[in-house]
Design a protein around this ligand. Sequence first.
Ligand code: SAM
Length: 290
Amino acid sequence: MPKLGTPTGTIEVLQKYNFNFQKKFGQNFLIEPRVLETIVEAAGVGKDDCVLEIGPGIGTMTQYLAEEAGKVVAVEIDKALIPILKDTLAAYPNVTVIHGDILKMDVKELVRERNAGKPVKVVANLPYYITTPIIMQLFESHVPLESITIMVQTEVAERMQVGPGTKDYGALSLAVQYYSRPEIVTHVPPSCFMPKPNVGSTVIRLARYEQPPVVTTDEEFMFKLIRASFNQRRKTLVNGLCNASGLNLSKAEVAEALEKMELPPAVRGETFTLEQFARLGSLLYKGRIQ
Ligand code: SAM
């Protein structure tokens, strides 16, 4: 089986297996070797590493990863790709392909089974329709991981690294920046994929922090506050939080916390930094029975 990652190599495999792209699975396969090399290099994969690849497709990036990593565990949802992967990855005994939906899997358990619970490096050309849920799942369920190096829609990469006061700032920015240090690796034009996506793409690397950059009493509670604030973006923080179901906060409680933080009562959540959400979380959590 020749090395994939070129238009001819990809077309050959697609024709051999009479494969039809499934739009519902966000299938846009990489056909540009330089992009593949850049991703693998940015991920800093070496022989001591176990890589978790989400969505191997026909195994293009998997081949590149398998050459550098100690082992690769690749999770693919599309059943039609499983026999193809068996063929394209036959020369790589360090690869394990798992048929499944990453969002329905216990990834922490998977890492325990496949890498004795030691941190993995996640590398993926992600299906764009579920980028945010995948990232949130990896972080929030505390999957042991060192870094996440992923291809995402450019707009989403921007949302991950912006700060307060911009329209792209939101719950995703705060979650990414609480758990990791984001760094843009490169922008990738649609011509590097088959079929071409109708959006620009960007490779971003998220280096997991050992300790989050801010301290808050209860992480889960802080993220509930963050979500509630951005769900009602146009409202003041006081109204946004008091209207949120499940939080049970009174106006007086929130106003008192804001006063302690020396902030005006009409402040909006979208101006809040991560530090401020952490402090607000600690003030409001105090004495609460969850
Ligand atoms: N890695 C390949 C490449 O770079 O050429 C394919 C990338 S393609 C953008 C995304 C891949 O993720 C597809 O193979 C798709 O079938 C798979 N996928 C989509 N949803 C998934 C899910 N929930 N769990 C696992 N894989 C999924």
